[in-house]
Design a protein around this ligand. Structure first.
Ligand code: GDP
Length: 484
């Protein structure tokens, strides 16, 4: 472990106009550097830890830059485990920069992204899983994402790994006992019993891996694509949902040339609504670009909202405008828009009469014509009037009730925030456990089984940072923001 002996400094709050900015200093000279620029009743060098001092911060010329609050933390009782001073000044561009410059002139080094948390990790304040949770918490865009990250920071993932590891240790011990003392094991436990224990651990790791996509939707948001022919009212619906004019609404088809994404939050989950350029034969290059982007957005979406025109001026259900593409793999909600223009047919209602009454059954599963299913069976069908206040409410209600299905069952806080790095290691651990299990069932030599089990333990340990190399930690912390 390298012991940092320099003192780092960075702006810990977002730059820009704000009431308050926080500048963070950490390292052996943090108290002395702050003391040199601070004029108050008590010097930070003489202050005990966990105290707040009020005074003026002065520049190199001795002139006051700002009135500040200094929070003093003494090693090891601080975020990084080192001496830390957090200076709260007024926000904005000039004051925090002048304070930073004065501290750098005094000998502090500008911190790299994530360097404070990296020091916390090196000083044993956090393991790598908790450090990753810090980044996830800062990045969280919804309440549920934040709660899961907070639980992870509190050790939820670390405890999960520890529980699995404890079982692996005891299994490894039994396997190794058979290597060292092959004839000395009291009652013979056959390979099948050990294999079953191995399979049980493997199943728990596999269940974790299976739950990750659901947790990702919780953490990164559910991507909802609004699709449909040009002019059916996709942009208007999106605007109505978001509550302000985010997309450009235009009466001429094909003018929504790019995908526009806006978010709404339902029950603590972010819904990333993607308006799409109409699927039509694109004219110019710009329009083609929009269509390509649409296709990518739709491929990546978690839920499709199919917007159809209730005014009945065009044949809606032939799906010709889909151009042979299929959306059958995604959960679907159908919005019959322009319900205010619905033709009043003698028999009352339009076609099969199944719309707008919340009946998701009927022939809807075959929408797209001729029985070739271009869409999944809808979770809900509603009627909307995008241009009327409150006219998109039925769609909002349908989205809300579709959410549990779309999120999946692991979107609560029970599953810790799991990064891509951690997921890859869990897959390694599962595969190694699978090899060990196969080996035990096939009566392979215990030496080989022990190697597989050791491999599984190594991968699992790396999830929380045990035994990882400096390149791995560097990659993790490089994704942080400066000041964290
Ligand atoms: P998009 O191409 O699917 O995004 O459609 P737009 O949202 O741009 O809407 C096309 C036209 O239909 C605009 O003139 C809208 O004002 C109009 N429109 C959208 N929704 C409704 C609706 O529910 N009722 C009526 N009467 N007009 C609508």
């Amino acid at each position: 472990m390298t012991v940092a002996n320099d003192t780092i400094v960075a702006l810990a709050t977002a730059p820009g106009e704000s009431a308050v900015a926080v500048i963070r200093l950490s390292g052996p000279s943090a108290l002395a550097l702050a003391a040199r620029r601070f004029r108050g009743r008590r010097s930070p060098e003489e202050s005990p830890g966990h105290r707040i001092l009020f005074g003026r911060f002065v520049g190199g010329d001795g002139a006051a830059i700002d009135s500040v609050l200094l929070a003093v933390f003494r090693a090891p009782r601080s975020y990084t485990g080192e001496d830390v001073v957090e200076i709260s000044s007024h926000g904005g561009a000039a004051v925090p920069r002048a304070i930073l410059e004065a501290l750098v002139a005094g000998g502090a080094r500008p911190a790299r992204p994530g360097e404070f948390t990296e020091r916390a990790f090196r000083n044993g304040k956090l393991d790598l899983a908790q450090a990753e949770a810090v980044a996830a918490l800062v990045r969280a865009r919804s309440e549920r994402a934040a709660r899961a990250a907070e639980a992870t920071l509190g050790g939820a993932l670390t405890r999960r790994v520890a529980a699995l590891d404890a079982e692996m240790v005891s299994l490894s011990a039994e396997v190794e006992a058979r290597i060292d003392f092959p004839n000395d094991v009291g009652e013979p436990i056959d390979g099948a019993a050990l294999a079953a224990r191995c399979a049980a651990i493997e199943a728990r790791v596999a269940a974790w891996i299976t739950a990750i996509p659901s947790a990702r939707r919780r953490d990164d948001g559910v991507r909802v694509a609004l699709v449909g022919r040009p002019n059916v009212g996709k942009s208007s619906l999106l605007n109505a949902l978001v509550g302000y004019d985010r997309a450009i609404v235009s009466a001429s088809p094909g003018t929504t040339r790019d995908t526009v994404e806006s978010s709404i939050w339902l029950d603590g989950v972010e819904l990333r609504l993607i308006d799409t350029a109409g699927w039509r034969d694109a004219g110019d290059a710009v329009e083609r670009l929009g269509v390509e982007r649409t296709e990518r957005a739709i491929e990546a979406c978690d839920l499709t909202v199919l917007v159809l025109d209730r005014s009945g001026t065009e044949e809606e259900e032939d799906g010709g405008w889909l151009g042979g593409r299929s959306l059958a793999g995604r959960p679907l909600v159908v919005a019959w828009n322009k319900a205010d223009l619905a033709p009043v047919a003698a028999g009352g209602g339009h076609g099969d009469g199944g719309r707008g009454d919340g009946d998701p059954g009927g022939d809807a599963g075959d929408r797209g014509g001729g029985g070739d299913r271009r869409f999944a069976r809808p979770l809900a069908e509603v009627e909307t009037i995008a241009i009327r206040p409150g006219g998109a409410e039925p769609l909002l209600a349908a989205l809300r009730s579709a959410m549990p299905r779309v999120l999946g069952e692991h979107a609560g806080e029970e599953l810790p925030t799991t990064s891509a790095r951690q997921e890859a290691l869990l897959v390694e651990a599962r595969d190694a456990l699978r090899r060990a299990e196969t080996g035990l069932r096939a009566d392979h030599s215990y030496d080989l089984v022990a190697v597989d089990l050791a491999d599984a333990r190594r991968a699992l340990g790396e999830v929380v940072g045990r035994g990882v190399g400096p390149d791995v930690t560097a990659a993790v912390f490089a994704r942080f923001c400066v000041g964290k």
